[in-house]
Design a protein around this ligand. Structure first.
Ligand SMILES: C[S@@+](CC[C@H](N)C(=O)[O-])C[C@H]1O[C@@H](n2cnc3c(N)ncnc32)[C@H](O)[C@@H]1O
Length: 230
């Protein structure tokens, strides 16, 4: 991992942005989803919190009419996927979320918490079915770097939550970010500045923040959203 002593990984000013969007999300999402629907979606096993999922839902919903694809790197059992796919359904969209994950249990400590199944794929599909959103999802059962080899479509919303190893996150950004349209959004999960997943934040600082090409849209405790300017 490439450490830059001059650049603190903790950027407090940078983190303070996005309150007005946060307030908007809190107002709009309960108008779109019933408490029952929110409970059901929140009941899907996963590594994203309620607040993070609500944010992803809002971003997917508000981008539904914009051309381009929504791509998720790292679906696991489909929690974040279900929330974004529900947004597509409620927006009467004709498009599908592209959900990339090899669904192989690598048991790599620090990459994804241990789980007992050999693959998350069957549970992922069954969670999508139970949420009634399977037709809004296009699963790609591959590692992101392999899926990128044949990718050729513009992206309006990219959610990065695959491998949490610094070099892998950098590779995800290097291979997928060029497909994100100007004005498109990149969301990165596990960006908090402490703890075992610090490598994600370092990659975010190195690739996104230092480039000067992105505007900070919203920062949650452990998820960061940016708009691409150029
Ligand atoms: C933290 S989990 C994703 C959590 C999910 N977004 C949720 O809402 O619960 C990380 C996932 O990334 C997947 N993954 C790991 N390396 C990957 C890669 N190179 N490309 C795509 N997915 C990868 C793992 O299989 C795992 O399911």
């Amino acid at each position: 991992m490439n450490v830059h002593p001059k650049y603190p990984i903790w950027l407090p000013v940078f983190l303070r942005k996005g309150w007005s969007l946060g307030r908007k999300i809190n107002k709009v999402v309960p108008e779109l989803l019933t408490e029952e629907q929110m409970k059901q979606l929140d009941g899907v096993e996963g590594h994203t919190t309620f607040g993070q999922c609500v944010t992803l839902f809002y971003l997917a919903y508000t981008s539904a009419k914009i051309p381009g694809r929504i791509v998720e790197i790292g679906s696991f059992k489909g929690k974040s996927t279900c929330w974004m796919a529900k947004a597509m359904q409620l927006a009467h969209s004709n498009e599908k979320i592209v959900a990339i994950d090899p669904h192989i249990n690598t048991r790599q400590i620090g990459v994804v918490p241990a789980y007992k199944e050999e693959s998350s794929f069957d549970i992922f599909l069954s969670n999508l079915r139970n949420a009634g959103v399977i037709e809004y999802v296009e699963p790609i059962k591959m590692a992101s770097v392999d899926a990128a080899k044949s990718w050729n479509q513009p992206i309006k919303l990219l959610f990065v939550d695959g491998s949490h190893v610094y070099d892998d996150v950098m590779l995800d950004l290097e291979t997928w970010e060029p497909w994100v349209d100007t004005g498109g959004i990149i969301v990165m999960h596990d960006t908090k500045p402490t703890g075992p997943r610090i490598e994600v934040r370092q990659a975010m600082v190195d690739y996104i923040v230092r480039s000067g090409r992105f505007t900070n849209l919203l920062q949650l405790k452990n998820m960061a959203c940016f708009t691409k300017n150029v």
